[in-house]
Design a protein. Structure first.
Length: 746
């Protein structure tokens, strides 16, 4: 059976390389920092991401988590290309959790946009230092030398030195200032922008990849936890008599519930400890538990939907204003309005939450499929009352994440149980646990109203939304707060060229845990925005693509600040990543062309389009929908035009947008979380449905725009345009307008 093996390691990057390695990366120490000793056994540590062994092996540290996106390959590709390394001599190691790696939270589609330049600097710095070392040996200028894969070549081409031969001399060089570095030109890339197999491909295909479910420790016991079905409920009593009779069950342990705000704390409950997972789960089934459901016990998602729709029917707090909407809306006969609703959604990654922990001697060792090992350190530290640097988090492969595994409550459970029992513990969630105790995606209602000319062109647009904010996860009193940056996700940044525009948001209380899910608020904001515009196009008797381009207006940079919006821009500088409607126009035109938009379709088949900017990327989707006589919906084809700036790994870009199409189809067609008396009603895939082969798009064609713009998000921006594009096509095929998701429920 596969096992994660723990070994004793030195505490800096040296824990992964030999004592005689050259080690460098993003500059964390002064530029003049050298090894303490330049003996044969010296380790040079001015940085963290890149090491070079005397035998020529290049070691690159992957500090982000791998969950199918290929990030363990893409970021090292950038380093290796600038280093001019031979890829066959590159080894990639997964980093443990540590603040020295900067941000390790692998969500928000930020890994490439945030660390592309960092990795370029790491590789180019090493390359320049190796060239300087070789030039010094040959008595020539470093600028006259060049490199070929894994070696420095003399100016006349007659002499060559392998990288491994230059390690000691390179370690004597000063780390160059990034402004002095000579980066590769695009034409010289060996790896960036080229199809490359993922690092873990062989292990994944042979069943040897180590996921959280595969991790274990010697002497480990297993735990399955019965939690209150309602958020914040309290344990009244429990009877474990029958549980202790189950073969393999060792004992039960009570975990205290969280103190508000819940953040990433354990939910509390009764843990069944057993020799194996099956015994723990069977013993849990035999538990007799009584709960006090608390004030969330009255939560009903049907009534909550009505509350949200009522909220957006009334004036709310203004987040962006252009012109004067009130003055422009004076004639109800020339106005159109509509309300939209999207329910709670669950993450349901294929691998449910799981973690292994061993706590002893004031130290915690964690093995977990986590998107954020630094959050693991923080949460476990707080729960156990030990320093963060005494929490070691080893990151396994993730069987999916979608934002759920950036929240380490399940890891805290394992750590608390290990602390109580004095031995390693593995906590495994069931699928029912995963759905019923998820950090759910917020339910949301949106209201849009437009004033129109005689030709149905909008002269004013009012847009309101209401949804429970993720602030409720982190704040004891979210009632006094309204979402800020959450409105930036597809609402404040509405791109249409309309002279009068007003964006509003209303407060909504939370009754479940709210968390990030792939593309976050862009899901419901894009659905409302692009469904409404499609409605206007059909009311006008116009082609939806032509109408969309007309309302979008000419290519321009939108100055949101001048319209009162405090726009966060996905935590990136607006000057580097402006809101550019020209790029949005480009993907709309490309998607229409590649999909054969102008071609006629047979009865019952139709195309729908939507386009959206999110995570700094621009995506347009044209979806073909086929509606059978019995009402069944099929999706023969999806065409997605994507502008994500500079592309590092094109095959990974394609695969992530293919996955987005399936993810978005699930949201549009069938996925929905409901609650009654505070408890989530769905428990497994029979009730919380996701697209399977008959419902999933049969063919997804991804058309990548070639661009030299800075790289932007890939993992999430493909999701938002899919649901509205499906619903717009469904309207053409059936004449039925969809304003609430999922379609299957209506």
């Amino acid at each position: 059976m596969s096992r994660v093996t723990l070994v004793t390691r030195r505490r800096f990057l040296g824990d992964l390389v030999s004592a005689s390695a050259l080690v460098l990366g993003a500059r964390l120490l002064p530029r003049h920092a050298h090894a303490v000793s330049l003996t044969e056994n010296a380790t040079w540590n001015p940085g963290i991401y890149l090491g070079l062994e005397p035998d020529g092996t290049v070691l690159i540290i992957a500090h982000r988590s791998e969950m199918g996106t290929g990030i363990r390959t893409a970021l090292p590709m950038v380093v290796a290309d600038e280093l001019d390394a031979d890829w066959s001599r590159v080894k990639i190691e997964q980093a443990t959790g540590s603040k020295r790696y900067s941000d390790q939270n692998t969500d928000g589609s930020r890994s490439i946009s945030k660390f592309y330049d960092v990795m370029r600097v790491a590789g180019a710095s090493a390359r320049q230092m190796l060239m300087a070392a070789a030039a010094n040996r040959w008595g020539v200028r470093p600028s006259e030398c060049r490199t070929e894969p894994h070696e420095v070549v003399s100016p006349d081409g007659t002499r060559r030195l392998g990288y491994g031969e230059l390690v000691r001399e390179a370690a004597r060089q000063e780390v160059p200032d990034p402004e002095t570095l000579a980066f590769k030109e695009k034409k010289d890339y060996r790896y960036v922008g080229k199809p490359m197999p993922v690092t873990d491909l062989k292990a994944l295909c042979s069943g040897r990849g180590i996921f959280g479910m595969d991790a274990d420790m010697p002497g480990m016991v297993h735990a399955s936890i019965e939690r209150c079905p309602v958020l914040g409920g309290k344990l009244v009593s429990h009877d474990d008599t029958a549980t202790l009779q189950v073969a393999g069950v060792l004992q039960t342990v009570v975990l205290e519930g969280f103190k508000p705000p819940h953040v990433f704390q354990a939910l509390g409950g009764v843990a069944v400890i057993a020799e194996n997972t099956w015994a723990a789960m069977k013993g849990r089934e035999a538990l007799q538990v009584t709960w006090d459901h608390g004030h969330h016990g009255s939560y009903d998602s049907v009534a909550y939907r009505e509350f949200l729709l009522e909220t957006v029917s009334q004036p709310q707090k203004v987040a962006r204003r252009r012109g004067n909407v009130d003055e422009a809306m004076t004639d109800p006969k020339n106005e159109h309005e509509a309300s939209y609703y999207v329910p709670h959604l669950a993450h349901v990654s294929m691998e449910p939450p799981v973690a292994v922990a061993e706590v002893k001697g004031g130290r915690a060792v964690i093995l977990a499929p986590t998107q954020n090992p630094q959050a693991v350190q923080e949460a476990v530290s707080a729960a156990l009352g030990i320093p963060e640097d005494q929490v070691e988090c080893y990151v396994t492969l993730l069987g999916g994440g979608f934002g759920r595994k950036s929240k380490p409550d399940y890891v805290v459970e394992a750590a608390l149980l290990s602390s109580k029992l004095g031995r390693p513990v593995k906590v495994t969630w069931t699928r029912e646990d995963d759905i019923q105790h998820d950090y759910l995606h917020a339910a949301a209602a949106m209201y849009l109203k437009a004033a129109l000319t005689e030709k149905w062109k909008p002269t004013a647009l009012l847009a309101r939304s209401a949804f429970p904010s993720i602030l409720s996860t982190f704040s004891e009193d979210p009632a006094k707060q309204l979402p800020t940056w959450e409105l930036d996700l597809g609402w404040v940044d509405i791109p249409f060229d309309i002279p009068n525009l007003q964006v509003e948001n209303g407060y909504a209380p939370n009754h479940v845990r709210i968390g990030w899910l792939r593309s976050v608020c862009n899901i419901f904001h894009a659905f409302a925005q692009h469904s409404f515009l499609d409605e206007l196009a059909h009311l006008a008797g116009r082609d939806p693509v032509e109408y969309l381009l007309e309302v979008l207006g000419p290519g321009r940079i939108i100055d949101l600040k001048s319209e009162g919006a405090n726009y966060a821009n996905y935590q990136h500088p607006i000057q580097d990543y402006p809101v550019d409607t020209g790029r949005l126009r480009g993907v709309i035109e490309l998607a229409a062309e590649k999909s054969g938009w102008a071609e006629k379709r047979q009865a019952g088949r139709a195309l729908g389009i939507a386009a959206h900017r999110s995570f700094l990327s621009y995506v347009a989707a044209v979806v073909e929908v086929e509606v059978a006589d019995d009402g069944r919906i099929r999706i023969p084809r999806v065409d997605m035009a994507v502008d994500v700036g500079k592309v590092i790994s094109p095959d990974r870009v394609v695969s992530q947008f293919e996955g987005s199409a399936v993810f978005g189809a699930s949201i549009a067609l069938m996925s929905e979380i409901t609650a009654e008396k505070g408890a989530i009603q769905q428990g497994n895939f029979d009730a919380y449905r996701v697209a399977r082969m008959p419902e999933a798009p049969r063919e997804v064609r991804v058309h990548i725009v070639e661009s030299d713009a800075p790289p932007s998000g890939v993992g999430e921006p493909g999701v938002p345009p899919i649901p509205p594009a499906i619903c717009n096509a469904y309207f053409v095929a059936t004449g039925k307008r969809i304003r609430e998701l999922p379609i299957e429920r209506l």
